[in-house]
Design a protein around this ligand. Structure first.
Ligand code: 5GP
Length: 208
């Protein structure tokens, strides 16, 4: 209970907010996502479960929970996902219980998920803030995918094709509120943090 004369709600009483960030691979969305998580007090990153193999740079329980196909099926059957989708032949899902607990605790919960999953979340939670990161051009995206030197040319071409399809769906599906073009990564980070902070503050201020 707040004492007389204090009209500011206690931090624990504020309403949580769901933030969905999507964008094609190579667009810089992970850097942007992690910057939002670090720079905005109350922001937390939702760690997804995936059936894709762990790479050297992945941290178990930090970037993903790496699970088997059987375990993924069990989680679907038990209703443990808020959403799940197939991406590049592997499956990815957002743990429902954790997200709900964080929202109930008044957190800004960040989901970095693909377009199919994002559309699904938007249907269930129309109040989620939906952000899509775009490259300056398709040519630029292709050269960024090549410069990462993570995959061979066949995989790069597949990811590029997938990216074009994903951008087209994002543009036409009506689920996204904001499209942010990443021309320069540090500037895009500043811009994204400012946009999300403004929305987070606006929703906090309207709560009493
Ligand atoms: P990567 O394997 O490169 O980390 O991720 C591949 C794609 O899967 C990215 O577009 C990423 O945003 C998406 N993704 C990661 N976690 C989830 C999730 O829980 N649900 C959905 N629908 N997509 C996800």
């Amino acid at each position: 209970m707040s004492s007389p004369g204090h009209s500011t709600p206690s931090p624990a009483a504020r309403v949580g907010m769901l933030l969905v960030i999507s964008g094609p691979s190579g667009v810089g969305k992970t850097t942007i996502t992690r910057a939002i998580e670090k720079q905005i007090p109350g922001a937390v990153f939702s760690v997804s479960a995936t059936t894709r193999p762990r790479t050297d740079i992945d941290r178990e329980g930090v970037d993903y929970f790496f699970i088997s196909d059987e375990r993924f099926d069990d989680m679907i059957r038990a209703g443990e996902f808020l959403e799940y989708a197939g991406v590049f032949g592997k499956r990815y899902g957002t743990p429902k219980r954790w997200v709900e607990d964080q929202l109930a605790a008044g957190k800004l919960v960040i989901l970095e998920i693909d377009v199919q999953g994002a559309i699904n979340v938007h249907k269930q939670r129309p109040d989620a803030m939906m952000l899509f990161i775009l490259p300056p051009s398709e040519d630029e995206l292709l050269s960024r995918l090549r410069n990462r030197k993570r995959e061979d040319e066949t995989v790069i071409q597949r990811r590029f094709g997938e990216a074009r399809r994903e951008m087209e769906i994002a543009r036409t599906c009506g689920a996204y509120d904001v499209f942010l073009v990443n021309r320069d990564l540090p500037a895009a980070v500043v811009h994204a943090v400012a946009l999300v902070r403004a929305e987070w503050d606006r929703r906090g201020a309207s709560f009493s």
